[in-house]
Design a protein around this ligand. Structure first.
Ligand code: FDA
Length: 397
């Protein structure tokens, strides 16, 4: 005999817990099935341990999806202010960083505790270390066989996340289940992920690991101004993580190394003020010294950067300015799901209701959170999608 519930939620991450507590508050008997030994494992590691739990500026423009309109409904009905009100009800101190990003003052573990307290108050049952072995559709709903017995419910919510960070419990379960029930799954790839360098490019920049600078990263019409960090495998930092979601191997990726500064103006001004200074010295004042050295050795060598600025012609200054404003970063790939913050692609939104996240093909089946083809920018947008989509499904089932 299968134990009966009103809703079974597969995956106890951000979206699954929000869905479960919302449905529980509406009197639904909810069981969360989590295959890891703890729920919400990604939350403590998020935001450097402080969880960037939302972004007050979150809007559909901050999300990537084959259907950019899909996320509108859920985001409009559960806003960053709604989640903030919950955080404040639990007395969790928070602060705002750049661009509306809200973080916990003390620890992201408080967010997990808050979600668990809300689930407990709403009577939600949570089964951890519980693996789903089989899902069957029956006349009255779904029957789910797990390592802890069989359960049935008229509603089944798939909140099993994407493929990023397999060591934290990520699995392809949601995609397989979607296909089992006839849903299309759009190709997945790692997003918000460091980029790797190889060959000549890697050799030239190899010893810069730890060097950081502000840049504006541009690719395929998208651009992000923030910090870039050289790593021992390539490049990372917020500007790179952001642009990684828009970049694919072989695509042109350019970095403005002096964002917000007119490079030609600056060089001409320096030429007037410091005519005897060598170009390499001037660049070392504008950029991290070791990076400026590499630029001079490998990209500006034909212009003889050890010459004093007064010897440079206007076309030469233009050439240098062009390099500084659109330095080509030749990435070979990404670090992949091992370190990616999100998975791009996933369950095709065409098959889902944007208001409830319910399947258009199978009544009672819902897909929420990262498993769906909706991925946010860096900066609290992904948790906001998890809360909003979880709330939408939890309010509907
Ligand atoms: P999530 O991955 O959180 O949860 C899915 C759950 O399902 C997991 O508990 C998993 O174990 C479980 N599961 C998987 N397969 C299963 C199966 N077969 N059976 C049962 N359970 C199964 N975002 C943000 O907005 N601000 C931030 O600061 C950060 N920081 C950050 C740091 C790092 C290192 C990462 C990797 C990610 C972030 N993110 C983030 C992204 C954010 O963590 C992510 O978007 C959400 O956790 C997605 O929530 P979901 O509930 O959809 O998936």
């Amino acid at each position: 005999m299968a134990e009966a519930f009103d809703a079974l939620v597969v995956g106890g991450g951000a979206a699954g817990l929000m869905c479960a507590l919302t449905a529980g508050q509406r009197g639904r008997r909810v069981l969360v099935l989590e295959h890891a030994n703890r729920v919400g494992k990604k939350i403590p590691m998020s935001g450097g341990g402080r969880c960037n739990f939302t972004n007050t500026g979150a809007s559909p423009a901050n999300y990537l999806s084959a259907n950019p309109h899909f996320c509108k409904s859920a985001l409009a009905r559960y806003t960053p202010q709604d989640f903030l009100a919950l955080v404040e009800r639990h007395g969790i101190a928070w602060h705002e960083k750049e661009l509306g990003q809200l973080f916990c003052d003390v620890s992201s573990k408080l967010i997990v505790k808050m979600l668990l307290d809300e689930c407990a108050a709403a009577g939600v049952r949570i089964a951890t270390s519980c693996s789903v072995e089989q899902v069957q559709r029956e006349a009255t709903g779904f029957r789910v066989r797990t390592t802890q017995g069989a359960f049935s419910a008229p509603a089944l919510v798939v909140a099993s996340g994407g493929l990023s960070i397999p060591s934290m419990g990520a699995s392809g379960f949601g995609y397989a289940l979607a296909r089992q029930f006839g849903h299309a799954v759009l190709p997945t790839r790692a997003g918000l992920v460091p980029l790797t360098l190889s060959g000549k490019h890697a050799e030239r920049l190899a010893d810069l690991s730890g060097v950081a600078l502000p840049v504006e990263a541009r690719c395929g019409g998208a651009s992000f101004r923030n910090a870039m960090l050289f790593t021992h495998r390539g490049v990372s930092g917020p500007a790179i993580l952001q642009i990684s979601s828009f970049w694919q191997p072989g695509e042109d990726l350019r970095l403005d190394l002096l964002p917000g500064i007119d490079a030609l103006d600056t060089l001409q001004q320096q030429q007037c003020e410091r005519p005897a200074a060598e170009l390499k010295t001037v660049l070392a004042d504008l950029l991290p010294r070791r990076f400026a050295q590499r630029l001079c050795e490998h990209w500006l060598q034909p212009l003889q950067p050890a010459r004093p600025l007064r010897q440079f012609t206007l076309p030469q200054l233009r050439e240098i300015a062009a390099l500084l404003t659109a330095w080509p970063l030749v990435a070979s790939g990404t670090e992949g799901y091992r370190t990616a913050e999100v998975t791009l692609g996933g369950v095709d939104t065409d098959g889902l209701s944007s208001a409830t996240l319910q399947s258009k093909l199978v009544p009672g089946l819902y897909f929420i959170g990262e498993v769906v083809d909706v991925s946010g920018w860096l900066g609290g947008y992904n948790f906001q999608w998890a809360w909003a989509s979880g709330h939408a499904a939890g309010s509907a089932l």
